[in-house]
Design a protein around this ligand. Structure first.
Ligand code: CP
Length: 310
């Protein structure tokens, strides 16, 4: 394991395969205690974690809270909507105010690219920041939980896997973190598929096979990662209609049959059923979507332990 402790977790980019493997090993070891029990309540006893979410969340916020509590930390779920942010207090002044109350780590989600890194730069040297998703830049713990889910089903060696990422890649911080992780873990066949209007620049997809025909791109895939169509962007006219999107990019049982017979289907959630994924696939035998959710707790425990543990 890479021994140097991270102070913050802002992105997976540049962490290196060894460190990613080490974090995934820790998550695997913690997994039996991730979904309940009191066995690990000593690990972060006396430490305090604050959830500071400037954007909505179900999975990330809840699983960070449970992860911190199951390691014995105190958790402050800061309610932005009832706070002085609504009177105009800045994000940094909010963080510094809470920091003065003895917070050791902030889990931050924000709509702006780079917002979490900017807060980290303004925090005390002893405070840790964990990026819970900033703009379209990064969602590092989602990337880690996705890798853990793949590893559980396909083994530690990513080099022979064909991994397909489908949909609204342009707006997806999940896709960016998944691509960062897949490259560093040695995956050699990474495919990115979506309508031209929702594909990012080649700086994001470097080394990937990029295409627009899902029927062709899904052929022989081991892993199919569907992305949420960010419908709040629909006003921009980036896709003609939801029906047409589903016809061209929805994952149906017939399309999935083109992948390997033991292919797994992933989705970070929240899902738009009938838009990017059919019910029969989302709830079908190849779906690991709820495994991803469960793995989110173990991964967030591993990251908190790494950053804050003694
Ligand atoms: N995958 C994900 O980030 O979901 P939430 O927005 O519910 O946290």
């Amino acid at each position: 394991m890479t021994t140097e402790r991270l102070r913050h977790l802002l992105t997976l980019d540049g962490l290196g395969g060894d460190r990613l493997d080490a974090l995934l090993d820790t998550a695997e070891a913690l997994h039996p205690n991730a979904l309940g029990g009191t066995a690990l309540r000593h690990v972060l006893a006396g430490r305090t974690v604050c959830n500071l979410f400037f954007e909505n969340s179900t999975r990330t916020r809840s699983s960070f809270q449970l992860a911190a509590q199951r390691l014995g930390a105190d958790v402050l779920n800061f309610d932005i909507s009832a706070s002085s942010v609504k009177k105009g207090e800045s994000a940094l002044d909010t963080l510094r105010t809470l920091e003065a109350m003895g917070i050791d780590a902030f889990v931050v989600r924000h709509a702006e690219n780079g917002a979490v890194a900017a807060l980290a730069a303004g925090a005390k040297p002893t405070t840790s920041l964990l990026n819970a998703g900033d703009g379209r830049s990064a969602h590092p713990t989602q990337g880690l939980l996705d890798m853990l889910t793949i590893r559980q089903r396909k083994g530690r060696d990513f080099s022979g896997l064909s991994v397909l990422v489908v949909g609204d890649v342009l707006h997806s911080r999940v896709a960016r973190s998944d691509l960062h992780a897949l490259r560093q873990l040695g995956c050699r066949d990474i495919r990115v598929c979506g309508p031209a209007s929702l594909l990012p620049g080649s700086n994001i997809t470097a080394g990937c096979t990029v295409g627009q025909n899902l029927d062709a791109m899904v052929e022989g895939a081991d892993v199919v990662m569907m992305l949420r169509l960010q419908r709040e962007r629909m006003e921009e006219g980036l896709v003609p209609s939801l029906d047409q999107y589903f016809r061209e990019y929805g994952l149906t049982p017939a399309r999935l049959a083109r992948a390997k017979p033991d292919a797994i289907v992933m989705h970070p959630g929240p899902m738009n059923r009938g838009v990017e994924i059919a019910d029969a696939v989302a709830d079908g035998p190849q779906s690991v979507i709820l495994d991803q959710v469960a793995n989110g707790v173990a991964v967030r425990m591993a990251v908190l332990k790494h950053l804050l543990g003694g």
